[in-house]
Ligand binder design. Structure first.
Ligand SMILES: [Zn+2]
Length: 366
């Protein structure tokens, strides 16, 4: 698609997304600030559409959580707290869309995350609950949409080009060794415009722990689109992802954040098809995600936060990344803090009631 058209579509999509389509599905922004622990995925109707099997009613209740480890208590672990999933698009020196960020802005955001003890995990690790980070640190999911060449390119020596997203990630990680340079890329038909070079390029990303996820073949607005068309968009892109990465997608992100149908239960067909099965589906959105271990977590509607400073535009003074990261810093009891053990899910007694029964055997409480 010509760049200008794509830009126009992006602007239109963003306006629709903000003004019309997400509004009825998510809590109002004011409510989100008032009680962010509820999150966007809290509506009960959405819970029926989860791709992972929900526990069927059983006669025996789940086992009560065991006592937390001393290390987890010392770290004030709360693995039922919220997780920021940050959404980026192009990383360019001279932005021409409000969703673009400059390399300097990305660098500053990643540095502030590193200083605040965040450790990146991929979207796939997040939705699987394989969050393997040190005690006392917080997961953050970095997602880059649309497979733009400003996100990833290798130079002649086979190293990431400086000032691409991957280049900046590695640069920050070299200065903050606990900051793991991983991210998830949601790509379309020509990932990073690598053409014939897509296979070796993407192989490099996969070898370095990055995730490639499905974002449809041509990036249409799926809202209202016939089921057949949606399935073709997903299947065609899945063939690309599998060809270049050697594996099927684990996660999917809606173009423009728009599901095909307004009712969550009517979108169940997106999660699983003849050639794909997504463990997590990401929206755009305006608040952090609830924990994957929480009863409130809906893997078909995971909220992301747009990367942006606290500017008035689009409500970013309250609902984009800088504002939310400040809020989580000021409200540490609402934030996901790791217990340092990937085999347990620790939370204080005031929060353990939120634990999804699927994770009861791993539950630890203090
Ligand atoms: Zn996109």
């Amino acid at each position: 698609m010509p760049t200008l058209h794509k830009f126009a579509v992006l602007v239109l999509g963003a306006a629709l997304l903000f003004g019309l389509l997400l509004a009825p599905q998510q809590e109002k922004p004011a409510d989100v600030v008032a009680r962010p622990s509820g999150g966007a995925a809290a509506e009960p109707a959405a819970q029926t559409a989860t791709p992972t099997a929900k526990p069927t009613p059983t006669k025996t209740p789940p086992p009560p959580p065991q006592p937390a480890s001393a290390e987890a208590v010392a770290a004030k672990a709360n693995e039922l707290g919220q997780v920021p999933v940050i959404m980026y698009h192009r990383i360019i020196a001279k932005p021409f869309s409000s969703i673009d960020r400059t390399p300097a802005e990305l660098r500053a955001e990643l540095e502030s995350l590193a200083k605040a003890n965040y450790v990146p995990v991929t979207a796939a690790d997040f939705v699987r609950g394989t969050i393997d980070i040190p005690a006392g640190t917080h997961p953050v999911v970095l997602t880059f949409d649309d497979g733009n060449p400003t996100q990833f390119a290798l130079d002649a020596s086979g190293n990431p080009v400086p000032d691409t997203a991957v280049g900046v990630l590695f640069e920050v990680a070299s200065r903050y060794p606990s900051f793991r340079p991983v991210a998830t890329f949601y790509v379309n038909k020509d990932p990073f415009q690598l053409g014939e070079q897509a296979n070796p390029g993407v192989a490099w990303l996969v070898q370095h722990g990055f995730e490639i996820g499905n974002h449809t073949q041509t990036h249409p607005n799926l809202a209202g689109m016939a089921r057949k068309g949606v399935e073709k968009e997903i299947a065609d892109n899945e063939a690309v992802v599998e060809k270049i990465s050697g594996a099927r997608s684990v996660t999917f992100a809606y173009p423009f954040g728009n599901p095909p149908r307004s009712k969550a239960k009517d979108n169940a067909f997106v999660a699983k098809g003849p050639s794909w099965e997504f463990k997590g589906i990401f929206l755009a959105g305006w608040n952090p995600s609830v924990s994957v271990y929480s009863k409130e977590f809906d893997p078909t509607r995971i909220s992301r936060i747009r990367s942006k400073d606290k500017v008035k535009e689009d409500g970013c003074d309250k609902f984009c990344s800088t504002a939310w990261l400040e809020w989580l810093e000021k409200n540490p009891d609402q934030r996901f803090t790791s217990d340092g053990d990937k085999n347990t899910v620790t939370a204080p007694s005031s929060r353990i009631g939120d634990l999804n029964p699927d994770w009861a055997a791993q539950g630890r409480v203090y």
